[in-house]
Ligand binder design. Structure first.
Ligand code: COA
Ligand code: NAD
Length: 650
């Protein structure tokens, strides 16, 4: 039977799935499970069945590679119907993760036991689909509807403790999960004929205001269809007989699996896992990351230090003087206590993380850090000096990284004796939250430095994308290009609030002007000034942003930027409109109206053109990497798959 085996142990049977790496429910596994259900139903001596998995995890879901194709028999709902109808109880023994179809399998069993570290969830909406094998119908028969709504519409897995508390599993064990499942199976045998989940009543719970749920979800989903479809499926499960709800769920699942949204989300799923493959170089041993040095403890340095501390590393942070070091420690402490307050980590974990932080001014204290990351001011002279000082004190095999946004990594590398150990590690703000890490490969960056970038990303739970050296690497370069074109649109007749509204309607979390105000207008201003001398006089250049900066409008931090923040929220500002009209006139433009669609089409066109240039120059390793950067670092709606995916899809 290949990937599914039956082991008989007296009057108990074990059905073991073995389909590395994550026991996905490919056709062969479905076939094997069905066969096992049929075989065991016919065996007189078997009292109960435990369903478990080999390897690192219980079933992690449907085989995503099969999802875009026409389904092949046997279909999972039929396999689960056979398990549920078994004459003897089946108990799922869950270790690792039970996700999507994996959790649906477990829910079709008559009992569920999970290891203490297990994670359970229905992440289908993150792939543009909904559970398609009875998940939305069985789940509210095991857990209260409010919990079912959260699990299915958000797609976020929960831990075994929470799963036990809401009724998703029957037992949690710190010991052997198969043995615990066998114990439960024997108890179920003593209770008589197995009780199918589908035959249970819906759990009584607080009444659900479906309209309010839908309104909140619509806002949160930013145009993605699957979460709303998932909610509709649950509503039907609440209001219709189980067979009707099952049939409707399956129809929705099949329709969604063939949708462009699901194709886009599958693309990003695999693109994230393929990203950074070029960093994993055979034989290259990464630097040890148990102790890492950070230079500069401002917004980024403190964020990077926090991310490292939370990953278990010790951090030594260097600042300019004692007062700045104290301020940096305060920033790290505030961020960590924010994570404790949000419940992301315990107080004890927070205290332990902060205890791993040391600060100072003396570079000599960095000598035992195999990796040092600098995040000082975005100024070449300051950064060069930092690298020269590091070069003088660091052991020859230490890896030295810069978090620069735009500066030339090759020039920094040239300030040191051995440029093979220099690379860019471009984090995004807030660094302990954002998933993206651009690993910038300089001309001379060596394999050990690259392997260290990959190891760091893995340790911090980030997606690493390789970028070559250019102005802005991948993400900031694409952003600079469309930001520039947005300013041309301002000159031609649009207003910042219209461009932001068009981007939000497309699915961006924020428009480009709200983003600029949040992160500050000064770094890009400095970059434009640095380029001014070499900018050809014939090149079109909009001066609107420069005029804002000259007026001291640097974004939220100064109370004003593209918007006015007096009163707390962003309001369009007549002063900004005056500057825009003035610059339109100066540039000799006749202002005209822009529709949201026209704005967004133009933004996309520019993103795609810059993406193609980046690929042609070898700055990015693949078009999919550019999509990963835009989706994980720049708020591009995930369910659209990224600009390059959209270009290829036509
Ligand atoms: N179908 C096909 N392949 C899958 C898969 C699935 N459901 N889940 C994971 N894989 C593959 C990955 O592509 C990766 O392949 P690669 O090594 O060739 O790149 C490999 O399995 C390991 O996955 P990865 O995500 O790198 O491992 P991890 O240990 O970090 O995470 C999971 C494991 C299961 C938590 C994670 O892979 C996951 O969330 N998978 C998707 C689960 C899901 O959404 N299921 C519902 C489907 S409807
Ligand atoms: P910041 O001004 O908040 O912090 C810079 C810190 O560096 C300050 O605390 C300063 O005291 C310290 N510093 C300056 N010179 C130093 C020196 N010689 N030795 C030790 N410490 C020194 O700036 P930031 O926003 O954190 O940016 C830091 C770097 O990160 C820049 O290169 C920037 O381009 C890059 N970056 C910023 C962002 C962002 O969103 N802010 C995102 C990615 C990358």
């Amino acid at each position: 039977m290949g990937s599914v085996k039956i082991e008989l142990r007296g009057d108990l049977a074990r059905v073991m799935i073995d389909n590395p790496p994550v026991n996905a429910l490919g056709q062969a596994v479905r076939q094997g499970l069905l066969q096992a259900a049929v075989d065991l139903a016919g065996r007189a001596g078997v009292k109960a069945v435990v369903l478990g998995c080999a390897g690192r995890s219980f079933v992690a879901g449907a085989d995503i590679r099969e999802l875009g194709k026409p389904p092949a028999e046997p279909f999972l709902p039929d396999v689960l119907a056979a398990i549920e109808a078994a004459p003897v109880p089946w108990v799922a023994a869950i270790h690792g993760t039970a996700l999507g179809g994996g959790l649906e399998v477990a829910m079709a069993c008559h009992g569920r036991v999970a290891g203490a570290q297990a994670k359970l969830g229905l992440p289908e909406v993150t792939l543009g689909i909904i559970p398609g094998s009875g998940g939305t119908v069985r789940l509210p028969r095991l857990v209260p509807m409010a919990e079912a709504i959260a699990l299915v519409t958000l797609g976020k897995p929960i831990g075994a403790g929470q799963a036990l508390a809401i009724g998703l599993i029957d037992r949690l064990t710190e010991a052997d999960v198969i043995a615990a499942a066998e114990a439960l199976a024997l108890e179920l045998v003593a209770q008589g004929a197995p009780h199918p989940t589908l035959a249970r009543d819906l759990l009584a719970g607080a009444p659900i205001d479906w309209a309010a749920e839908e309104a909140a979800l619509r806002k949160r989903s930013r145009g993605a269809a699957a979460p709303l479809e998932a909610l509709a499926a649950l509503r039907l499960a609440a209001e219709a007989p189980a067979p009707e709800a099952m049939a409707a769920e399956r129809a929705r699942f099949l329709r969604l699996a063939a949708s462009p949204e699901a194709a886009a989300l599958r693309h990003i799923f695999f693109a994230e896992r393929a990203a950074g493959k070029g960093l994993r170089i055979d034989g290259a041993v990464p630097a040890d990351l148990a102790r890492v040095g950070v230079i500069g403890g401002g917004t980024m340095g403190a964020g990077i230090a926090t991310a490292l501390l939370l990953s278990g590393s010790a951090v030594h942070l260097i600042e300019r003087d004692a007062a700045a070091a104290t301020a940096a420690r305060g920033r790290v402490a505030d961020t960590i206590s924010g994570s404790v307050k949000r419940g992301a980590i315990s107080q004890q974990q927070g205290d332990a993380a902060l205890a791993r932080l040391s600060t100072g001014e003396d570079y000599a204290a960095l000598a035992d850090c195999p990796l040092v990351i600098e995040a000082v001011f975005e100024d070449m002279a300051v950064k060069r000096q930092v690298f020269e000082r590091l070069d003088a004190v660091m052991p020859a095999d230490a890896i030295l990284a810069t978090n620069t946004s735009y500066l030339d990594v090759n020039v920094l590398a040239a300030a040191t004796r051995d440029p093979s150990r220099i690379l860019g590690l471009h984090f995004f703000s807030p660094a302990h939250v954002m998933k993206l890490l651009e690993v910038v490969r300089g001309d001379a960056t060596g394999s050990r430095a690259l392997a260290t970038g990959a190891a760091l990303a893995r340790r911090l739970g980030k997606v690493a994308v390789v970028a070559g050296v250019c102005d802005g690497f991948i993400g900031n370069r694409v952003m600079a290009a469309y930001r520039r074109d947005c300013e041309f649109m301002l000159e031609e007749g649009a207003l910042p609030q219209q461009i932001d509204a068009a981007m939000e309607a497309f699915g961006f979390a924020m428009g480009i002007y709200a983003v600029q105000d949040m992160s500050g207008l000064d770094i890009a201003w400095a970059q434009r000034k640095a380029r001014a001398a070499t900018r050809p006089a014939s090149e079109r250049y909009a001066r609107i942003a420069d005029r804002l900066c000259e007026a001291g409008r640097l974004g939220r931090k100064t109370g004003k930027g593209w918007y006015d923040y007096a009163g707390g929220s962003a309001r369009p500002d007549p002063d900004v409109e005056r500057i825009i009209l003035d610059e339109s006139a100066r540039a000799g433009r006749t202002r005209r109206a822009f529709s949201g669609d026209e704005i967004m089409a133009r933004v996309l066109r520019i993103m795609q053109a810059e993406g193609r240039a980046i690929l042609a120059e070898g700055i990015a390793e693949s078009a999919a990497d550019i999509d990963v950067v835009m989706v994980t670092g720049y708020g591009f709606p995930r369910h659209k798959g990224g600009p390059m995916f959209m270009a290829a899809a036509g």
